[in-house]
Write a protein that binds this ligand. Structure first.
Ligand code: DCP
Ligand code: MG
Length: 444
Protein backbone atom coordinates (compact mmCIF):
# COMPACT_ATOMS: atom_id res chain seq x y z
CA UNK A 1 0.00 0.00 0.00
CA UNK A 2 2.81 2.37 -0.79
CA UNK A 3 0.84 5.46 -1.54
CA UNK A 4 2.09 8.98 -1.11
CA UNK A 5 1.23 11.00 1.92
CA UNK A 6 -0.81 14.02 1.00
CA UNK A 7 0.63 17.41 1.84
CA UNK A 8 -0.14 18.48 5.37
CA UNK A 9 -1.48 15.14 6.45
CA UNK A 10 -0.27 12.14 8.35
CA UNK A 11 -0.50 8.94 6.41
CA UNK A 12 -2.06 7.06 9.26
CA UNK A 13 -3.32 4.37 6.90
CA UNK A 14 0.15 3.86 5.46
CA UNK A 15 1.74 0.69 6.70
CA UNK A 16 -1.16 -0.28 8.93
CA UNK A 17 -3.60 -1.72 6.47
CA UNK A 18 -6.72 -3.41 7.77
CA UNK A 19 -7.21 -6.84 6.24
CA UNK A 20 -10.10 -9.17 7.02
CA UNK A 21 -9.87 -12.87 6.26
CA UNK A 22 -13.33 -14.40 6.18
CA UNK A 23 -13.72 -18.18 6.22
CA UNK A 24 -17.07 -19.89 6.62
CA UNK A 25 -17.42 -22.54 9.31
CA UNK A 26 -17.85 -26.15 8.10
CA UNK A 27 -19.23 -24.59 4.96
CA UNK A 28 -20.87 -27.47 3.06
CA UNK A 29 -22.41 -28.76 6.31
CA UNK A 30 -23.65 -25.25 7.13
CA UNK A 31 -25.31 -25.11 3.69
CA UNK A 32 -27.02 -28.46 4.32
CA UNK A 33 -28.33 -27.06 7.60
CA UNK A 34 -29.81 -24.08 5.79
CA UNK A 35 -32.22 -26.29 3.89
CA UNK A 36 -32.58 -28.86 6.68
CA UNK A 37 -32.62 -26.92 9.95
CA UNK A 38 -33.25 -30.14 11.89
CA UNK A 39 -29.55 -30.96 11.30
CA UNK A 40 -28.60 -28.07 13.57
CA UNK A 41 -26.51 -29.22 16.54
CA UNK A 42 -26.08 -32.73 15.13
CA UNK A 43 -23.04 -34.46 13.64
CA UNK A 44 -23.24 -33.84 9.87
CA UNK A 45 -20.81 -35.29 7.36
CA UNK A 46 -20.78 -34.12 3.72
CA UNK A 47 -18.94 -36.07 1.08
CA UNK A 48 -19.17 -38.55 -1.72
CA UNK A 49 -19.44 -42.30 -1.64
CA UNK A 50 -21.61 -42.84 1.41
CA UNK A 51 -24.37 -44.64 -0.36
CA UNK A 52 -24.72 -48.35 0.44
CA UNK A 53 -22.48 -50.39 -1.83
CA UNK A 54 -20.13 -47.47 -2.55
CA UNK A 55 -17.00 -48.07 -0.58
CA UNK A 56 -14.94 -45.23 -2.00
CA UNK A 57 -15.04 -41.56 -1.52
CA UNK A 58 -13.93 -38.98 0.94
CA UNK A 59 -15.24 -36.55 3.46
CA UNK A 60 -15.57 -33.01 2.07
CA UNK A 61 -16.36 -31.54 5.44
CA UNK A 62 -17.80 -32.44 8.83
CA UNK A 63 -19.77 -30.32 11.27
CA UNK A 64 -17.97 -29.46 14.49
CA UNK A 65 -20.09 -32.05 16.34
CA UNK A 66 -18.84 -34.72 13.91
CA UNK A 67 -15.25 -33.50 14.27
CA UNK A 68 -15.42 -34.41 17.96
CA UNK A 69 -15.58 -38.03 16.84
CA UNK A 70 -12.44 -37.62 14.74
CA UNK A 71 -14.14 -37.13 11.38
CA UNK A 72 -12.35 -34.62 9.15
CA UNK A 73 -11.98 -33.32 5.58
CA UNK A 74 -10.26 -35.58 3.04
CA UNK A 75 -10.65 -38.64 5.26
CA UNK A 76 -11.66 -41.84 3.50
CA UNK A 77 -15.32 -42.60 3.91
CA UNK A 78 -14.55 -45.94 5.54
CA UNK A 79 -12.70 -44.21 8.37
CA UNK A 80 -15.51 -41.72 8.87
CA UNK A 81 -18.04 -44.55 9.11
CA UNK A 82 -15.92 -46.36 11.69
CA UNK A 83 -15.75 -43.24 13.83
CA UNK A 84 -19.30 -42.14 13.33
CA UNK A 85 -21.77 -44.76 12.06
CA UNK A 86 -24.68 -43.66 9.88
CA UNK A 87 -27.76 -42.64 11.81
CA UNK A 88 -29.81 -44.96 9.58
CA UNK A 89 -27.77 -47.97 10.71
CA UNK A 90 -28.34 -47.49 14.44
CA UNK A 91 -30.08 -50.10 16.60
CA UNK A 92 -33.13 -48.71 18.46
CA UNK A 93 -31.32 -48.48 21.79
CA UNK A 94 -28.14 -46.90 20.42
CA UNK A 95 -27.47 -43.25 21.28
CA UNK A 96 -28.48 -41.21 18.21
CA UNK A 97 -26.07 -38.44 19.22
CA UNK A 98 -23.19 -40.80 18.44
CA UNK A 99 -24.22 -41.27 14.83
CA UNK A 100 -23.75 -39.15 11.75
CA UNK A 101 -26.13 -37.63 9.24
CA UNK A 102 -24.57 -38.04 5.81
CA UNK A 103 -25.28 -35.82 2.86
CA UNK A 104 -23.88 -36.02 -0.63
CA UNK A 105 -22.01 -33.00 -2.01
CA UNK A 106 -24.31 -30.62 -3.92
CA UNK A 107 -21.90 -28.07 -5.29
CA UNK A 108 -24.46 -26.02 -7.21
CA UNK A 109 -26.36 -25.31 -4.02
CA UNK A 110 -23.21 -24.46 -2.07
CA UNK A 111 -22.14 -22.07 -4.85
CA UNK A 112 -25.44 -20.25 -4.67
CA UNK A 113 -25.06 -19.80 -0.91
CA UNK A 114 -21.44 -18.70 -1.44
CA UNK A 115 -22.60 -16.10 -3.98
CA UNK A 116 -24.93 -14.59 -1.37
CA UNK A 117 -22.05 -14.40 1.11
CA UNK A 118 -19.70 -12.90 -1.48
CA UNK A 119 -22.27 -10.25 -2.40
CA UNK A 120 -22.22 -9.07 1.21
CA UNK A 121 -18.41 -9.08 1.24
CA UNK A 122 -18.32 -6.94 -1.92
CA UNK A 123 -20.79 -4.60 -0.34
CA UNK A 124 -18.55 -4.25 2.71
CA UNK A 125 -15.22 -3.70 0.92
CA UNK A 126 -13.91 -2.19 -2.28
CA UNK A 127 -11.16 -4.76 -2.53
CA UNK A 128 -12.19 -8.37 -2.16
CA UNK A 129 -10.02 -11.32 -3.07
CA UNK A 130 -12.03 -14.50 -3.31
CA UNK A 131 -9.73 -17.41 -2.59
CA UNK A 132 -12.08 -20.37 -2.57
CA UNK A 133 -15.76 -21.12 -2.35
CA UNK A 134 -15.90 -20.17 1.33
CA UNK A 135 -12.96 -17.88 1.86
CA UNK A 136 -11.96 -14.31 0.98
CA UNK A 137 -9.64 -11.48 1.94
CA UNK A 138 -11.02 -7.95 2.27
CA UNK A 139 -8.94 -4.80 2.39
CA UNK A 140 -11.03 -2.42 4.48
CA UNK A 141 -8.34 0.16 5.23
CA UNK A 142 -10.51 2.85 3.63
CA UNK A 143 -13.63 1.79 5.48
CA UNK A 144 -12.60 1.67 9.10
CA UNK A 145 -9.63 2.37 11.37
CA UNK A 146 -7.35 0.89 13.99
CA UNK A 147 -8.41 3.65 16.37
CA UNK A 148 -10.24 2.66 19.51
CA UNK A 149 -14.00 2.98 19.45
CA UNK A 150 -15.32 5.73 21.68
CA UNK A 151 -17.05 3.20 23.91
CA UNK A 152 -14.04 1.30 25.20
CA UNK A 153 -10.88 -0.62 24.40
CA UNK A 154 -12.06 -2.25 21.17
CA UNK A 155 -10.93 -1.01 17.79
CA UNK A 156 -13.26 0.40 15.16
CA UNK A 157 -11.92 -2.38 12.91
CA UNK A 158 -13.30 -4.98 15.30
CA UNK A 159 -16.73 -3.34 15.21
CA UNK A 160 -16.59 -3.35 11.43
CA UNK A 161 -15.68 -7.06 11.30
CA UNK A 162 -18.49 -7.84 13.73
CA UNK A 163 -20.88 -6.02 11.45
CA UNK A 164 -19.72 -8.13 8.45
CA UNK A 165 -20.12 -11.32 10.46
CA UNK A 166 -23.58 -10.38 11.67
CA UNK A 167 -24.74 -9.48 8.19
CA UNK A 168 -23.67 -12.88 6.86
CA UNK A 169 -25.43 -14.63 9.74
CA UNK A 170 -28.59 -12.58 9.46
CA UNK A 171 -28.95 -12.37 5.70
CA UNK A 172 -27.61 -15.76 4.62
CA UNK A 173 -27.88 -17.84 7.78
CA UNK A 174 -24.38 -19.33 7.88
CA UNK A 175 -21.55 -18.66 10.33
CA UNK A 176 -18.24 -17.08 9.39
CA UNK A 177 -15.01 -16.83 11.31
CA UNK A 178 -13.10 -13.62 10.72
CA UNK A 179 -9.52 -12.64 11.36
CA UNK A 180 -8.56 -8.96 11.38
CA UNK A 181 -4.91 -7.95 11.08
CA UNK A 182 -2.60 -5.48 9.35
CA UNK A 183 -1.61 -8.06 6.73
CA UNK A 184 -2.95 -11.05 4.83
CA UNK A 185 -1.01 -13.90 6.39
CA UNK A 186 -1.76 -12.81 9.95
CA UNK A 187 -5.44 -12.27 9.12
CA UNK A 188 -5.64 -15.81 7.79
CA UNK A 189 -4.11 -17.32 10.90
CA UNK A 190 -6.41 -15.16 13.03
CA UNK A 191 -9.58 -16.36 11.28
CA UNK A 192 -8.59 -19.94 12.03
CA UNK A 193 -7.57 -19.23 15.59
CA UNK A 194 -10.96 -19.34 17.29
CA UNK A 195 -13.16 -21.37 14.93
CA UNK A 196 -16.09 -21.85 14.81
CA UNK A 197 -17.84 -18.47 15.03
CA UNK A 198 -14.55 -16.72 15.75
CA UNK A 199 -13.61 -13.08 15.59
CA UNK A 200 -9.94 -12.53 16.32
CA UNK A 201 -8.33 -9.11 16.02
CA UNK A 202 -4.57 -8.70 15.90
CA UNK A 203 -3.63 -5.05 16.17
CA UNK A 204 -0.57 -3.67 14.40
CA UNK A 205 1.63 -3.75 17.50
CA UNK A 206 0.57 -7.26 18.48
CA UNK A 207 1.38 -9.24 15.36
CA UNK A 208 4.65 -10.74 16.48
CA UNK A 209 3.45 -11.76 19.94
CA UNK A 210 0.26 -13.22 18.45
CA UNK A 211 2.25 -15.31 15.97
CA UNK A 212 4.94 -16.49 18.40
CA UNK A 213 3.16 -19.63 19.76
CA UNK A 214 1.58 -20.63 16.41
CA UNK A 215 2.92 -23.92 14.98
CA UNK A 216 5.13 -23.32 11.93
CA UNK A 217 2.87 -25.30 9.62
CA UNK A 218 0.27 -22.56 9.99
CA UNK A 219 2.62 -19.89 8.68
CA UNK A 220 1.71 -18.97 5.13
CA UNK A 221 3.90 -20.88 2.69
CA UNK A 222 4.97 -23.65 5.08
CA UNK A 223 3.79 -27.03 3.80
CA UNK A 224 4.32 -30.40 5.48
CA UNK A 225 7.77 -30.93 3.91
CA UNK A 226 9.06 -27.52 4.97
CA UNK A 227 7.56 -28.02 8.44
CA UNK A 228 9.45 -31.30 8.81
CA UNK A 229 12.72 -29.69 7.72
CA UNK A 230 12.17 -26.80 10.10
CA UNK A 231 11.42 -29.30 12.87
CA UNK A 232 14.77 -30.96 12.27
CA UNK A 233 16.36 -27.53 12.83
CA UNK A 234 14.49 -27.27 16.15
CA UNK A 235 12.00 -24.75 14.73
CA UNK A 236 8.51 -25.68 15.90
CA UNK A 237 6.67 -22.36 16.23
CA UNK A 238 6.45 -19.08 14.36
CA UNK A 239 8.34 -17.57 17.30
CA UNK A 240 11.20 -20.05 16.77
CA UNK A 241 11.17 -19.20 13.08
CA UNK A 242 11.20 -15.45 13.81
CA UNK A 243 14.18 -15.92 16.13
CA UNK A 244 16.08 -18.18 13.72
CA UNK A 245 19.15 -16.97 11.86
CA UNK A 246 17.99 -15.65 8.48
CA UNK A 247 21.24 -16.82 6.86
CA UNK A 248 20.64 -20.39 8.02
CA UNK A 249 17.11 -20.31 6.65
CA UNK A 250 18.32 -18.92 3.37
CA UNK A 251 20.99 -21.60 3.11
CA UNK A 252 18.35 -24.27 3.70
CA UNK A 253 15.40 -22.91 1.70
CA UNK A 254 16.86 -20.25 -0.61
CA UNK A 255 15.04 -16.93 -0.96
CA UNK A 256 11.89 -18.56 0.36
CA UNK A 257 13.68 -19.03 3.67
CA UNK A 258 14.03 -15.30 4.04
CA UNK A 259 10.41 -14.79 3.11
CA UNK A 260 9.24 -17.32 5.72
CA UNK A 261 11.42 -15.61 8.28
CA UNK A 262 9.74 -12.29 7.47
CA UNK A 263 6.26 -13.77 7.65
CA UNK A 264 6.99 -15.26 11.07
CA UNK A 265 8.15 -11.84 12.20
CA UNK A 266 4.83 -10.39 11.09
CA UNK A 267 5.93 -8.83 7.80
CA UNK A 268 3.85 -9.55 4.75
CA UNK A 269 3.80 -6.81 2.17
CA UNK A 270 1.38 -8.50 -0.22
CA UNK A 271 -1.56 -6.29 -1.04
CA UNK A 272 -5.02 -7.74 -1.34
CA UNK A 273 -5.48 -7.88 -5.10
CA UNK A 274 -9.12 -8.15 -6.00
CA UNK A 275 -11.04 -10.65 -7.99
CA UNK A 276 -14.01 -9.11 -9.75
CA UNK A 277 -14.73 -5.42 -9.92
CA UNK A 278 -14.93 -2.83 -7.16
CA UNK A 279 -18.25 -1.17 -6.35
CA UNK A 280 -16.60 2.10 -5.50
CA UNK A 281 -13.21 3.75 -5.26
CA UNK A 282 -12.19 5.96 -2.40
CA UNK A 283 -9.26 7.54 -0.73
CA UNK A 284 -9.03 9.27 2.59
CA UNK A 285 -6.43 11.08 4.55
CA UNK A 286 -6.03 12.17 8.17
CA UNK A 287 -4.63 15.47 9.40
CA UNK A 288 -1.73 15.37 11.83
CA UNK A 289 -3.83 17.64 14.06
CA UNK A 290 -7.56 18.26 13.63
CA UNK A 291 -8.10 21.48 11.68
CA UNK A 292 -10.86 23.93 10.87
CA UNK A 293 -8.78 25.80 8.30
CA UNK A 294 -10.94 25.99 5.23
CA UNK A 295 -8.09 26.22 2.73
CA UNK A 296 -6.23 23.25 4.29
CA UNK A 297 -9.34 21.14 4.03
CA UNK A 298 -9.99 22.20 0.45
CA UNK A 299 -6.45 21.39 -0.54
CA UNK A 300 -6.73 17.88 0.83
CA UNK A 301 -10.09 17.33 -0.84
CA UNK A 302 -8.65 18.50 -4.16
CA UNK A 303 -5.75 16.07 -3.86
CA UNK A 304 -8.03 13.19 -2.84
CA UNK A 305 -10.45 13.96 -5.68
CA UNK A 306 -7.63 13.97 -8.21
CA UNK A 307 -6.31 10.67 -6.87
CA UNK A 308 -9.68 8.93 -6.93
CA UNK A 309 -10.58 10.25 -10.38
CA UNK A 310 -7.20 9.10 -11.63
CA UNK A 311 -7.67 5.62 -10.21
CA UNK A 312 -11.14 5.40 -11.73
CA UNK A 313 -9.80 6.39 -15.14
CA UNK A 314 -6.91 3.96 -15.01
CA UNK A 315 -9.40 1.17 -14.30
CA UNK A 316 -11.79 2.24 -17.02
CA UNK A 317 -14.49 3.02 -14.47
CA UNK A 318 -17.25 5.62 -14.87
CA UNK A 319 -19.15 6.81 -11.82
CA UNK A 320 -22.62 8.10 -11.10
CA UNK A 321 -22.12 9.20 -7.51
CA UNK A 322 -19.48 11.44 -5.99
CA UNK A 323 -19.19 11.67 -2.24
CA UNK A 324 -17.12 12.92 0.63
CA UNK A 325 -16.45 11.65 4.12
CA UNK A 326 -15.75 14.04 6.96
CA UNK A 327 -14.52 12.67 10.26
CA UNK A 328 -15.04 15.05 13.16
CA UNK A 329 -13.07 14.37 16.34
CA UNK A 330 -13.09 11.95 17.91
CA UNK A 331 -14.81 9.52 15.49
CA UNK A 332 -17.97 11.12 14.23
CA UNK A 333 -18.21 10.02 10.61
CA UNK A 334 -20.28 12.14 8.24
CA UNK A 335 -20.87 11.24 4.62
CA UNK A 336 -22.50 13.25 1.88
CA UNK A 337 -22.91 12.47 -1.78
CA UNK A 338 -24.35 13.75 -4.99
CA UNK A 339 -25.87 11.58 -7.67
CA UNK A 340 -25.35 12.50 -11.30
CA UNK A 341 -27.86 11.87 -14.03
CA UNK A 342 -25.55 9.45 -15.83
CA UNK A 343 -22.13 7.83 -15.51
CA UNK A 344 -19.14 10.12 -16.12
CA UNK A 345 -15.37 10.07 -16.21
CA UNK A 346 -14.70 13.68 -15.27
CA UNK A 347 -11.92 14.53 -12.79
CA UNK A 348 -12.89 18.22 -12.67
CA UNK A 349 -16.42 17.30 -11.70
CA UNK A 350 -15.16 15.03 -8.93
CA UNK A 351 -13.20 17.95 -7.55
CA UNK A 352 -15.97 20.53 -7.84
CA UNK A 353 -18.67 18.25 -6.42
CA UNK A 354 -16.45 17.19 -3.54
CA UNK A 355 -15.56 20.82 -2.74
CA UNK A 356 -19.23 21.86 -2.96
CA UNK A 357 -20.18 19.10 -0.53
CA UNK A 358 -17.41 20.19 1.81
CA UNK A 359 -18.31 23.88 1.64
CA UNK A 360 -22.04 23.31 1.98
CA UNK A 361 -21.85 22.00 5.52
CA UNK A 362 -18.31 21.62 6.74
CA UNK A 363 -16.58 24.87 5.88
CA UNK A 364 -16.14 25.83 9.52
CA UNK A 365 -16.06 22.34 10.99
CA UNK A 366 -13.01 20.98 12.77
CA UNK A 367 -12.10 17.75 11.03
CA UNK A 368 -9.53 15.04 11.60
CA UNK A 369 -9.98 13.08 8.41
CA UNK A 370 -11.38 13.67 4.95
CA UNK A 371 -12.28 11.24 2.20
CA UNK A 372 -13.52 11.30 -1.38
CA UNK A 373 -15.37 8.45 -3.03
CA UNK A 374 -16.83 7.72 -6.42
CA UNK A 375 -19.41 4.96 -6.63
CA UNK A 376 -22.20 3.45 -8.74
CA UNK A 377 -19.41 2.39 -11.03
CA UNK A 378 -19.80 1.09 -14.53
CA UNK A 379 -17.08 -0.24 -16.75
CA UNK A 380 -16.61 0.50 -20.40
CA UNK A 381 -15.08 -2.93 -20.95
CA UNK A 382 -17.93 -4.73 -19.22
CA UNK A 383 -17.37 -7.90 -21.19
CA UNK A 384 -13.78 -8.29 -20.19
CA UNK A 385 -13.42 -10.78 -17.40
CA UNK A 386 -10.54 -9.15 -15.60
CA UNK A 387 -9.30 -5.66 -15.13
CA UNK A 388 -5.86 -5.02 -16.44
CA UNK A 389 -3.45 -2.99 -14.44
CA UNK A 390 -5.45 -3.29 -11.27
CA UNK A 391 -3.52 -1.77 -8.38
CA UNK A 392 -0.33 -2.93 -10.03
CA UNK A 393 1.99 -0.99 -7.77
CA UNK A 394 3.50 -3.15 -5.08
CA UNK A 395 1.38 -6.16 -5.84
CA UNK A 396 3.17 -9.31 -4.90
CA UNK A 397 0.80 -11.31 -7.04
CA UNK A 398 -1.01 -12.74 -4.07
CA UNK A 399 -3.00 -15.63 -5.30
CA UNK A 400 -4.46 -17.50 -2.46
CA UNK A 401 -2.43 -19.78 -0.35
CA UNK A 402 -1.36 -22.40 -2.75
CA UNK A 403 -2.51 -25.15 -0.41
CA UNK A 404 -3.01 -27.40 -3.38
CA UNK A 405 -5.50 -29.46 -1.47
CA UNK A 406 -7.78 -29.94 -4.41
CA UNK A 407 -10.68 -28.06 -2.93
CA UNK A 408 -13.22 -26.37 -5.08
CA UNK A 409 -12.19 -22.90 -6.07
CA UNK A 410 -14.62 -20.18 -7.03
CA UNK A 411 -14.25 -18.43 -10.35
CA UNK A 412 -13.72 -14.72 -9.93
CA UNK A 413 -16.98 -12.95 -10.45
CA UNK A 414 -18.28 -9.45 -10.37
CA UNK A 415 -20.06 -8.20 -7.33
CA UNK A 416 -23.75 -8.92 -7.33
CA UNK A 417 -24.35 -6.78 -4.29
CA UNK A 418 -27.38 -4.59 -4.13
CA UNK A 419 -26.34 -0.99 -3.77
CA UNK A 420 -26.59 0.39 -0.29
CA UNK A 421 -28.68 -2.55 0.93
CA UNK A 422 -27.49 -2.32 4.47
CA UNK A 423 -24.85 0.05 5.67
CA UNK A 424 -22.11 -0.24 8.23
CA UNK A 425 -22.87 1.56 11.43
CA UNK A 426 -22.02 5.01 10.18
CA UNK A 427 -24.05 8.06 9.37
CA UNK A 428 -25.06 8.79 5.83
CA UNK A 429 -26.49 11.89 4.26
CA UNK A 430 -28.67 12.91 1.43
CA UNK A 431 -28.11 15.93 -0.76
CA UNK A 432 -29.87 17.47 -3.70
CA UNK A 433 -28.26 16.32 -6.88
CA UNK A 434 -27.27 17.97 -10.10
CA UNK A 435 -29.45 15.87 -12.34
CA UNK A 436 -32.52 16.52 -10.20
CA UNK A 437 -32.08 13.14 -8.52
CA UNK A 438 -31.05 12.56 -5.00
CA UNK A 439 -29.64 9.42 -3.57
CA UNK A 440 -28.97 7.85 -0.26
CA UNK A 441 -25.27 7.37 0.04
CA UNK A 442 -23.49 4.07 0.10
CA UNK A 443 -20.28 5.67 1.23
CA UNK A 444 -19.29 4.21 4.59
N1 DCP B 1 -13.49 -29.01 0.97
C1 DCP B 1 -13.39 -30.19 0.24
N2 DCP B 1 -12.29 -30.98 0.38
C2 DCP B 1 -11.30 -30.65 1.25
C3 DCP B 1 -11.39 -29.46 1.99
C4 DCP B 1 -12.51 -28.66 1.83
O1 DCP B 1 -14.30 -30.49 -0.55
N3 DCP B 1 -10.25 -31.45 1.37
C5 DCP B 1 -14.71 -28.19 0.82
C6 DCP B 1 -15.71 -28.49 1.90
C7 DCP B 1 -15.64 -27.34 2.85
C8 DCP B 1 -15.21 -26.21 1.93
O2 DCP B 1 -14.41 -26.81 0.92
O3 DCP B 1 -16.88 -27.08 3.50
C9 DCP B 1 -14.43 -25.14 2.65
O4 DCP B 1 -13.19 -25.64 3.13
P1 DCP B 1 -12.61 -25.28 4.55
O5 DCP B 1 -11.22 -25.78 4.61
O6 DCP B 1 -12.85 -23.85 4.82
O7 DCP B 1 -13.44 -26.18 5.56
P2 DCP B 1 -14.82 -25.92 6.23
O8 DCP B 1 -15.41 -24.63 5.85
O9 DCP B 1 -15.70 -27.10 5.96
O10 DCP B 1 -14.46 -25.96 7.77
P3 DCP B 1 -13.77 -24.82 8.66
O11 DCP B 1 -14.81 -24.45 9.66
O12 DCP B 1 -12.60 -25.48 9.27
O13 DCP B 1 -13.42 -23.69 7.75
MG1 MG C 1 -14.26 -22.85 5.94
Amino acid sequence: MAEETLPGTADDDGPDSIVLHVDMDCFYAACERLREPELEGKPVVVGMGYEPGEGHGAVATASYEAREFGVESAQPISTALERLPRIDDLAPDDDPAAAGHYRTVDLEFYKSVAADVKAILHDCADVVREVSIDEAYLDVTDRTAWDLAASGDRTLAEGFARYVKQRIAREVGVAASIGVAPNMSTAKIASDFDKPDGLVVVRPGEVRSFLAPIPVEEVHGVGPVTARKLGSLGIETAGDLADADAAVLEAEFGSRGRELHERARGYDDRTVTPTGRPKSLSRESAFTEPTDDSEDKREVVRALAADVADRARSRGAMYRTIGIKVVVPPFDINTRATSLSGPVDDPELVESVALDLLDAEFEATTVRKLGVRVSKLSFADADQSSLDGWESAGSGGADGDGDGDGRVSDEPEASAAADGADEPPNTGGETPSRGGQSSLVEFD
